[in-house]
Design a protein around this ligand. Sequence first.
Ligand code: NAD
Length: 468
Amino acid sequence: MIESDVAIIGGGPGGYVAAIRAAQLGLKVALVEKEALGGTCLNRGCIPTKALIRGVELLDAIRNAEEYGIAVAGVSTDFQKMMARKEAVVKRLVGGLEAVLLSHNIRIVRGVATLVSATEVEVAGEAKENIKARNVILAPGAVSAPIPAPGAQSPDILDSQAALSLGEIPKSLAIIGAGVIGVEFATIFARLGSSVTLLEALPKVLPQEDAEITSILEKSLRKIGIGIHTSAQVTRITDVPAGKSISFTVNGQPKEIQAQRVLAAVGRRPNTEGLGLDRLGIATEKGFIKVNERLETSLPGVYAVGDAVGGLQLAHKAFAEGEIAAENAAGQKTAMDYRVIPRCIYTIPEAAAVGMSEAEAREAGHDVQVGRFPLAGSGKATVLGETRGLVKVVADGDTGEILGVHICGPQATELIHEAVLVMNLEGTVEDLAAAIHAHPTLSEAVREAALDSRGLAIHMPARRRGAN
Ligand code: NAD
């Protein structure tokens, strides 16, 4: 029997951060993981996909080099080598994470955990071992959701994990679901020469994101040859000699495409099977573990964090929840604040957002003022040769409070953090614009967009009166 103050089930972003925070607070921690430390993010998600996108970005730069007066001959890609580098990046980070955990004296227990009671966890590993703990934190993550159509459960339909282990670039790839996974994988494989088609059930790609931003992104996806069908309801997937045939309807009209491989990217469901939730009467909603703002489940002393509790399924949201759950397990009284969580999409160009879209802000009853700054007006973007894109600021017209910021363009995933900081402090467009921004930088575009919400952008033609 292992004795600890807190037992954590799952070594992904939610679980490992909870473990480190609990250790910082002086708790004795046991962390159970059945596979590699780092969870989906590190092993099968954020990191490996970004490692591949980095290669694709370099390829793009080389392909465009001539425009800059650089002659490059004989460009070719070696997919195996790209995949090997991706593996090396993952291995290095997993190793680093293990070292950090061990430096905090966190006991890593390898095996599959089941909750026996609110204070006991059974681990089936090489040997059976039980952990006795005052508190338990559940961080089991999520797994790909199946496509609800006949033929879609076939084992040769890829999920994002399987797509990251492919031995070769598929000649053609149909991706079902144009959410974040869909558009990121479409970017990778289309740039590597695959003929990619995206099928999205809702009327636009990235349905939750601001329409102006997704329209720019959709155009750039189409420009690199990605076929996009929106409002597409998949009705059946069948085997054909060339791979798979996908039947779908668009506004009632039947259509069909064929592709060598199919990737399912229609969302992720909580990975709670076998955890013992039902037996202990831990409440769930649509499979997600129900928690209060302190991240405590319906069973006192048992907390839950990350993808399995629902909401945004993002590593950094799980990080934040892990910290809060650990603090509460250590006897503090802290609550999660979900107001300001950035959303980053690693396409080319990138997209990123925080807070409300323009439509959401209007629905919430704000007197909305919108500021825009197209990157075509940015000195730095022009120098970079990357002028496709826009910064859009959604503000409350009365107070100037920034309600949302939406960016499409180079480094969007870094630029968004200026908005995150201002919004976290409940700052206004005036607060943001009062800060002197260095020139030439992409960050200036964020300031210009904030100014534009008041009709005061500097590096832009004067606004027509009344336009917003
Ligand atoms: P998602 O919810 O982002 O997108 C799923 C998409 O599939 C939606 O647009 C939905 O309308 C569509 N869809 C659902 N059922 C469909 C059907 N039957 N046919 C066609 N389309 C259908 O989910 P995801 O892309 O699978 O990603 C899972 C989670 O992982 C998300 O929460 C996402 O935010 C997260 N993730 C984040 C990043 C990042 O932060 N860069 C990257 C990858 C994944």
